[in-house]
Design a protein around this ligand. Structure first.
Ligand code: DOR
Length: 401
C-alpha cells in the first residue's frame, strides 16, 4: 500500500487537500485524512497531485535507433516528467507495419517499459505512402495509425486508410504536409484543409499532430463548429512558448518549425478556446553528433517529455491563462478520450497512476538531470514551477526525486 499524504487534488477547479491510499494497482481511498500504518507514506505537502500525464506523441526510437533513446530510457524520462501513459510513433526500424514487426516492438515494450506504452502502427508500409499497412490485423492491438515525419500525399491510399480506420474505430494521426513539406506555413495548412475534406467525407476519427499555423487552427476550428467531433488536433509545448525569433541553434530545430509570434499567439488562442484537444510533446531525441551537424543538415526534433507539465503549468496555469481543469483536460483526460486509451483519473477505483508536481518552488532544468538518452533541448537552464516530485504508474513508484 502507498499513502500519498497531504497533497492538493483538483476538485471543481480548486486545490483541495486530500490523502490518497493506493492498494495494489488501484486508488482505494481519497479522504481528508487517512492513517494506515502498513502503508509506505509519500509526503505530498504543497504538491499538486494529478492523474499521470498522457502524451500521445513521443519517439522512444526502439527498435532501430537506440543510440538516441530506448524504451527503458524513454519510460524513465516520461516518469520523471509526470507521464504514466504515452503513445510511441512508428518511425522505427522495423516499422510496425504488420503483425511480425508489431510483435517485435511489443515484446521490447513488455520487457523494458516501466509505464503504459501504446504504439502507433504505420499508415503505409515503412511510411512510403505506397502500400497500406496491415490494419485488418493490427487494429486489434493499436489505437491509432500514423506515418510519422511524413505527410501522406498519396490521397487514394489515405482515403483507403480512413475507411479502414472508420471500420475498426481507430484514429488516423496526421503529420499534415504537402509534397513540398511543411517548412513553409502553407505546406502545413494546405494539407490540413485537404485532409479535413477527406475526414469529413469518410467520417473517420482524424487527429492532426502538432499544428503550428493560424490557418491550420482556423480550419480545425471551423470543422468543429460544423459539428465534426471526430476531427481533433494537438499542439506541442514548443509551439506554445517559442517562436522563430528565438532560434539559437539546432536545439530549436523541429518539424513543423517554430513560426512567427502571431502563429504562437494563435496556438495559445486555440488551446484556450478548445480548438486544441491535447498537448503532446513530439519528444524527439537525437544524438549530440547528429545535432552538431550544420543547422541545415541536422535532424528535426527536440526532447520535451521531462518539461512539458512544468512549461504548461508555469506559462499558462500559474498565469491564469487556462484553469487547472483545462490543464488536466489537455494533459490527461482529452488524450485518453480522443484515442480511447485505458482510463485513469483521480477517483476511487481508478488505476493508480498519478504524479505530484511541486508548484511552490521554481527549479532550474539542468542538463545533468536529464533521463532521456539525448540532450537536444532548448529549455536547459530555464526555470519552471511544477516539476514532479514523484510519479506512480499502476500502483508502482516509477519516479521519485
Ligand atoms: O521534429 C520532428 N522530429 N518532427 C517530426 O515530424 C519527426 C520527429 C523525429 O522523428 O525526430
Amino acid at each position: 500500500m502507498i499513502l500519498v499524504k497531504d497533497g492538493f487534488i483538483v476538485l471543481d477547479n480548486k486545490l483541495v487537500k486530500k490523502d490518497i491510499l493506493i492498494k495494489d494497482d488501484k486508488i482505494y481511498k481519497i479522504e481528508d485524512e487517512i492513517n494506515e500504518k502498513d502503508a509506505e507514506v509519500l509526503d505530498a505537502k504543497g504538491l499538486l497531485v494529478m492523474p499521470g500525464g498522457v502524451d500521445v506523441h513521443v519517439h522512444f526510437r526502439e527498435p532501430g535507433f537506440t543510440y538516441k533513446e530506448n524504451i527503458k530510457s524513454g519510460s524513465s524520462a516520461a516518469a520523471k516528467g509526470g507521464f504514466t501513459d504515452v503513445m510511441t510513433m512508428p518511425n522505427l526500424n522495423p516499422c510496425p507495419n504488420d503483425m511480425e514487426s508489431w510483435e517485435f516492438e511489443q515484446k521490447l515494450i513488455v520487457e523494458n517499459g516501466t509505464i503504459n506504452i501504446y504504439p502507433y502502427m504505420t499508415i503505409s508500409k515503412d511510411e512510403l505512402g505506397e502500400e497500406l499497412s496491415d490494419f485488418t490485423r493490427l487494429h486489434n492491438y493499436c489505437y491509432a495509425a500514423s506515418d510519422d515525419g511524413h505527410g501522406v500525399n498519396n490521397l487514394v491510399l489515405l482515403e483507403e486508410a480512413c475507411k479502414l480506420a472508420l471500420k475498426y474505430n481507430m484514429v488516423i494521426a496526421s503529420h499534415a504536409e504537402t509534397k513540398e513539406g511543411r517548412q513553409l506555413p502553407e505546406g502545413e495548412y494546405d494539407a490540413v484543409r485537404r485532409e479535413i475534406e477527406i475526414a469529413k467525407r469518410i467520417g473517420c476519427r482524424y487527429h492532426f499532430c502538432h499544428l503550428s499555423t493560424k490557418e491550420s487552427f482556423d480550419a480545425v476550428r471551423k470543422a468543429k463548429a460544423e459539428g465534426y467531433k471526430n476531427i481533433t488536433c494537438e499542439a506541442a509545448p514548443h509551439h506554445l512558448v517559442l517562436n522563430s525569433s528565438m532560434i539559437k541553434d539546432a536545439n530549436w530545430k523541429m518539424n513543423p518549425p517554430l513560426r512567427t509570434e502571431e502563429d504562437r499567439l494563435e496556438t495559445v488562442r486555440a488551446m484556450v478556446d478548445g480548438t486544441v484537444d491535447v498537448i503532446a510533446t513530439d519528444h524527439a531525441p537525437h544524438s549530440m553528433e547528429e545535432k552538431s551537424k550544420p543547422y541545415s543538415e541536422c535532424p528535426n526534433g527536440i526532447i520535451g517529455i521531462e518539461t512539458s507539465l512544468p512549461i504548461i503549468y508555469t506559462n499558462f496555469v500559474k498565469t491564469g491563462v487556462i484553469s487547472l481543469e483545462r490543464f488536466l483536460d489537455l494533459m490527461v483526460y482529452k488524450p485518453i478520450n480522443v484515442f480511447s486509451l485505458p482510463k485513469h483519473g483521480m477517483y476511487v477505483g481508478s488505476n493508480a497512476s498519478l504524479t505530484a508536481l511541486d508548484i511552490e518552488h521554481e527549479h532550474t532544468y539542468l542538463g545533468r538531470e536529464i533521463l532521456s538518452l539525448s540532450q537536444n533541448c532548448p529549455y536547459i537552464g530555464e526555470k519552471y514551477y511544477g516539476f514532479p516530485k514523484f510519479t506512480i504508474c499502476n500502483g508502482k513508484i516509477v519516479y521519485h526525486k
